[in-house]
Design a protein around this ligand. Structure first.
Ligand SMILES: CC(C)(COP(=O)(O)OP(=O)(O)OC[C@H]1O[C@@H](n2cnc3c(N)ncnc32)[C@H](O)[C@@H]1OP(=O)(O)O)[C@@H](O)C(=O)NCCC(=O)NCCS
Length: 169
């Protein structure tokens, strides 16, 4: 598929409602593989989005004025985490997540380790990460406990991918 024409920029608070709409629309797909008890009516509230903005930087991919995808970059000690990747269903498979990921990787400064966690069943995210050169972490449990604030029972259903940059060291 041809590469989408989008521009990427860091998001400010005023983009919160549009970002939450993208996230919640894209996350409806989780119902296809998550047990019903883990499916939330809303993946993210505006309040959580704003809380997240205090610990990480949200980026958005825009087609004109329309926000079509989001991704977050969080510094965590000796690593950075790529978090909350969501692209509107009607705009998926057009390279938008790849454009966002490339941009965020280029923003990374001062650390060489990029970490991404996702559901083990999330074949879309896993394929995207593998295509981009990420490798499954040899010790996902340790990475999840150290870098992610997730309950123990989620450890089983999660996988971790890593990429090591050989620049900015
Ligand atoms: C995961 C997600 C962000 C990918 O966004 P996207 O813009 O469609 O991804 P891209 O177009 O950049 O795809 C890059 C690669 O990912 C893989 N990929 C993406 N969607 C895929 C699918 N439906 N099936 C298989 N592989 C897929 C492919 O390798 C693809 O490359 P290709 O199109 O050249 O084969 C999107 O599917 C999404 O929003 N999913 C719901 C939310 C989610 O799962 N977020 C991830 C949280 S970690």
């Amino acid at each position: 598929m041809g590469e989408a024409q989008v521009t990427v920029r860091a998001l400010s608070a005023s983009s919160g409602p549009a970002a939450v709409a993208v996230i919640n629309t894209a996350a409806e797909w989780y119902a296809e593989f998550l047990p019903p008890s883990e499916v939330h009516e809303q993946e993210m509230t505006l309040e959580t989005w704003a809380d997240e903005a205090r610990r990480m930087t949200w980026y958005g991919a825009f087609d004109g004025v329309d926000l079509v995808g989001v991704m977050g970059l969080e510094y965590a000690g000796d690593a950075v985490l790529l978090r909350h990747a969501y692209v509107l269903p009607g705009r998926q498979r057009q390279g938008i997540a790849a454009i966002l990921r490339d941009r965020l990787e280029r923003e990374v400064n001062g650390v060489g380790r990029i970490i991404v966690g996702t559901y083990a069943a999330n074949y879309k995210a896993r394929a995207a990460l593998e295509k981009a050169g990420y490798q499954p972490s040899p010790d996902p449990g340790a990475v999840l406990r150290r870098y992610y604030d997730i309950p123990e029972d989620r450890l089983q259903s999660s996988v971790i991918y890593e990429k090591h940059l050989d620049r900015d060291q």
